[in-house]
Design a protein around this ligand. Structure first.
Ligand code: ATP
Ligand code: MG
Length: 376
C-alpha cells in the first residue's frame, strides 16, 4: 500500500523529546499532502495525536470546531477542556465544547502514523440529538406533572362530591339532635358532644369546599400579567383583616418588573394564602412589631421572584420539614391546605415555592414565576 511505503520514509522516533509536526511535514511534503487528503475525506472533525499527546495532523473541520480552544494541539489539554459526564471513572465519550456549547461523541482509535503509534480522534457533532433528548425529557416531565395534577384533581373532585352528601346529612342530623336536646334542657354533656361533632363536621366540609375551589380553578389559562395588578387585587381582599390588626402592608415592586407568564387567578390564590399566613403569624405579637412586606425582583435566573416577609415567630426546624405537607397546621382554625395548594400551583408554573427565616425575626415565603417573554 502506498500509505505504508511512504510512512517508512518519515519515521518519527518516539524517543524524540518534542516532535514538531510542521517539521515532519516539511521534511516530507508528499506525505503531509497525503495526510491532509486522507483526513479531509473524513466527514467529521478528525485529528491524529502522537504518543506524547502532541497534534500530528488534523482536518479542516477539526481546526474549525476546536481551533479556537487554547491548547487544542495537546490531547490532554483538549480533553480537560471538553466537559462531559464520565461513567465509572472512564473518559467521557459524550462531551460539550465550552467555547461553542456544542456536543460531541468522541471516538479514539489506535493507528500507526509516520512510523510511530498514534491515537486517531474523531469527534462527531451530536448537538441536535442532545437537544432533542433534552426537549423530550422536559416535555415528558411536564406531561407527567400535568397528568399527576389532573389525576389528583379528578380524585379530589370525586371524593369531594361523594363526601359532600353524607356530610350534609350528618350536619342535618347533628343540628336536629342539638335542637331536641336544647328543647329538652339537657343533658349538658350530650349537648357539648353534639356541638363538638358539629364543629368537626364543619371543619370537614370546609376542607372539601377548599379542595373543590382549587379543583375548579385547575383548567389554567396562562397569559402575560403584571404582578402589581395581582398584588392590588389580593391586598384589596385582605384590607379589612389588616386594618383590624392595625397592620400596614408595604409593597416593594419595581416599576420595570416584566410581566409574568401565569394564570392570574391561580397566582392570586398563592399570594392570598401567603399574605394570610403572614397576617395570622403576627396575630399574637405586639402591634408595633407587626410589619408585612411584599417585595419582588428579577432574580439571577431571570425569573420574577416574589417574597412575602413578616415579623411573626418564624418556624422551628421540625415545622420547616413538614411545611408543605397537606394538612400540616399549627393553628386551631387552620386546615393545613394553604401551602400545599400554593406549591402545586407554583410548580405547575415551573416555579419554586420556598421558605427562609427573615433577618431580624420572622419568615419569608417566596415564589418564582417565569417571565412572559421567556415562556416556552
Ligand atoms: N408566615 C408564617 N409564619 C409562621 N408559620 C407559618 C407561616 N406560614 C405558614 N406557617 C406554618 O405552616 C403551617 C401550614 O400553613 P398552611 O397555610 O398550609 O395551613 P394553615 O394556614 O394552617 O391553614 P389553611 O389551610 O387555612 O391555610 C401553618 O399552620 C403554620 O404553622
Ligand atoms: Mg394558611
Amino acid at each position: 500500500m502506498a500509505r505504508s511505503r511512504s510512512a517508512g520514509s518519515r519515521t518519527v522516533s518516539s524517543t524524540e523529546s518534542k516532535p514538531d509536526p510542521k517539521a515532519a511535514a516539511a521534511a516530507d511534503p508528499a506525505a503531509a499532502r497525503e495526510d491532509a487528503g486522507l483526513l479531509a475525506a473524513v466527514p467529521f472533525a478528525c485529528a491524529v495525536f502522537a504518543e506524547d499527546g502532541a497534534l500530528r495532523a488534523a482536518n479542516a473541520r477539526y481546526r474549525a470546531e476546536f481551533g479556537e480552544l487554547p491548547e487544542h494541539e495537546r490531547r490532554e489539554a483538549l480533553l480537560a477542556r471538553l466537559r462531559g459526564e464520565a461513567r465509572d471513572g472512564a473518559r467521557p465519550r459524550e462531551v460539550r465544547a465550552p467555547h461553542s456549547g456544542r456536543w460531541y461523541a468522541l471516538h479514539w482509535g489506535r493507528a500507526e502514523h509516520a512510523g510511530a503509534a498514534a491515537d486517531v480522534l474523531t469527534a462527531v457533532d451530536i448537538s441536535e440529538r442532545m437537544e432533542t433528548l433534552a426537549s423530550h425529557k422536559s416535555r415528558q416531565e411536564k406531561l407527567l406533572f400535568t397528568s399527576r395534577m389532573m389525576s389528583v384533581g379528578e380524585m379530589a373532585a370525586t371524593l369531594a362530591h361523594e363526601l359532600n352528601q353524607p356530610l350534609a346529612a350528618i350536619m342535618n342530623y347533628v343540628n336536629g339532635s342539638l335542637r331536641l336536646v336544647e328543647q329538652a334542657g339537657g343533658p349538658v354533656q350530650v349537648e357539648r358532644a353534639l356541638q363538638a361533632a358539629r364543629t368537626q363536621a364543619e371543619h370537614a366540609s370546609a376542607v372539601i369546599s377548599r379542595v373543590r375551589e382549587f379543583v375548579r380553578a385547575r383548567e389554567p389559562r396562562r397569559d402575560a400579567h403584571e404582578l402589581a395588578r395581582i398584588a392590588e387585587t389580593v391586598l384589596e381582599l385582605l384590607r379589612l383583616e389588616a386594618e383590624r390588626l392595625d397592620l400596614r402592608i408595604e409593597l416593594g415592586l419595581p416599576d420595570a418588573l416584566p410581566p409574568v407568564f401565569a394564570d392570574r387567578v391561580m397566582v392570586e390564590q398563592v399570594l392570598l394564602n401567603l399574605v394570610k399566613n403572614a397576617i395570622e403569624a403576627m396575630r399574637e405579637i405586639a402591634p408595633e412589631r407587626r410589619e408585612l412586606r411584599i417585595d419582588a425582583r428579577l432574580n439571577l435566573d431571570e425569573q420574577v421572584e416574589v417574597r412575602v416577609c413578616d415579623r411573626g415567630a418564624g418556624l422551628s426546624a421540625a415545622e420547616q420539614d413538614q411545611l408543605f405537607s397537606p394538612f400540616f397546621t399549627t393553628k386551631t382554625d387552620g386546615l393545613g391546605i394553604g401551602l400545599a395548594i400554593c406549591r402545586s400551583i407554583i410548580e405547575y408554573h415551573e416555579g419554586r415555592l420556598f421558605f427562609e427565616p427573615r433577618e431580624g425575626g420572622g419568615s419569608v415565603f417566596g415564589f418564582t414565576l417565569p417571565r412572559y417573554e421567556a415562556r416556552g
